[in-house]
Design a protein around this ligand. Structure first.
Ligand code: FAD
Length: 291
């Protein structure tokens, strides 16, 4: 009988594990030949409540434009990216061309859709892929809406036009490792210093954060104990974002753990309209219309 030392067994396990993890993404058509390929996305054939009749011609046009793009461009590749848990960055220009980011926001290069038009666009995206709609919702309905509702005129002019075209991407960071549903108790701090603020703390589960150009960070003002909002650039010294791996749902959404270590934010990047937790709730309430 051969007896392996525990060290040898560890090596065997490690080798077995690493070869398993290095396998290429599953080829769905080979592994599950009975499955319907995503490239043959089922047609949208029924309208039981004659919902279409309730839409204006503009809303119907938005719906068809988004549907066509999602079925043609996105459906065929989503399974592959789901398997890899990666984001298909090459589709961002196609989503940008749909002019849905910014939803109901008027001016600043945003589409200014009706609430129904904006919601129907998100519903069409979610029909094909829920990760894709989460990407747009976080970017548009959380981050862009926060800037539109709570930003200064200069901030709106500076950030919204390129966010609307998806030339730059945003995320919105409220949740923390110790505070999710009870987010009003959050721990991340903002301390006033000359010319700006110092942010310290952690955020968790933040969608788009691994590649966002602009991060909306919600933090507690150490002088007032109230909640404030800040715009942090992706290359800010002291900012680290780590991708959360091994999710079982919404695998294409790139969720990140954010670490803020003495991150300096200049005064002009504090959102003047967020002075309490209720102010962040205004955005979340509006956003819930699209969820
Ligand atoms: C894919 C994904 C994307 C996300 N994107 C973002 C983002 O972009 N920005 C961001 O800030 N956050 C984001 N989040 C975080 C998300 O908002 C939190 O997960 C959510 O607020 C819940 O917090 P939690 O995970 O800590 O759960 P918990 O608060 O620990 O809740 C766990 C469970 O307990 C229940 N529960 C909690 N408190 C109570 C109570 N008092 N009474 C009864 N039941 C209760 C909840 O309903 C839930 O079922 C994302 C999460 C996911 C999964």
């Amino acid at each position: 009988m051969t007896i392996h030392s525990s060290k040898h067994q560890d090596d065997v396990d490690k080798n077995a594990r690493s070869s398993y993890f290095n396998l290429p993404a599953l080829d769905i058509s080979v592994a599950f030949p009975q499955a319907t390929p995503a490239s043959k996305f089922p047609p949208c054939a029924s309208d039981y409540y004659q919902f279409d009749d309730l839409l204006t011609s503009e809303e119907q046009a938005v719906r068809m434009k988004v549907r066509e793009c999602m079925e043609k461009e996105i459906a065929p590749i989503m399974v592959e990216y789901w398997e890899k848990a990666e984001f298909p960055f090459h589709v961002i220009p196609k989503l940008g061309a749909l002019r849905v980011a910014g939803g109901t926001i008027k001016g600043y290069g945003c589409p200014g859709h009706s609430v129904t038009g904006a919601a129907i666009a998100i519903a069409e995206i979610a029909r094909v892929d829920a990760s894709c709609s989460t990407f747009i919702l976080v970017h548009s309905s959380l981050a862009m809406l926060t800037i539109a509702l709570c930003g200064s005129e200069e901030q709106k002019q500076k950030y919204l036009p390129s966010l609307a075209q998806l030339n730059t991407i945003a995320c919105w960071a409220l949740t923390e490792p110790a505070y999710g549903s009870d987010a009003s108790a959050l721990n991340t701090t903002a301390t006033k210093v000359e010319g700006g603020w110092i942010l310290e703390g952690q955020k968790r589960w933040i969608g788009n954060s691994t590649f966002a150009d602009v991060l909306v960070i919600i933090a507690r003002n150490t002088a007032t104990n109230q909640i404030n909002g800040y715009l942090v650039k992706k290359d800010a010294p002291g900012l680290t974002v780590t991708k959360i791996e091994n999710k079982i749902g919404l695998r294409i959404v790139q969720n990140g753990d954010i670490l803020l270590k003495k991150v300096f934010v200049p005064d002009e990047d504090r959102l003047p309209g967020i002075n309490s937790f209720q102010d962040t709730s205004k955005v979340r309430l509006l956003c819930s219309k699209f969820l």
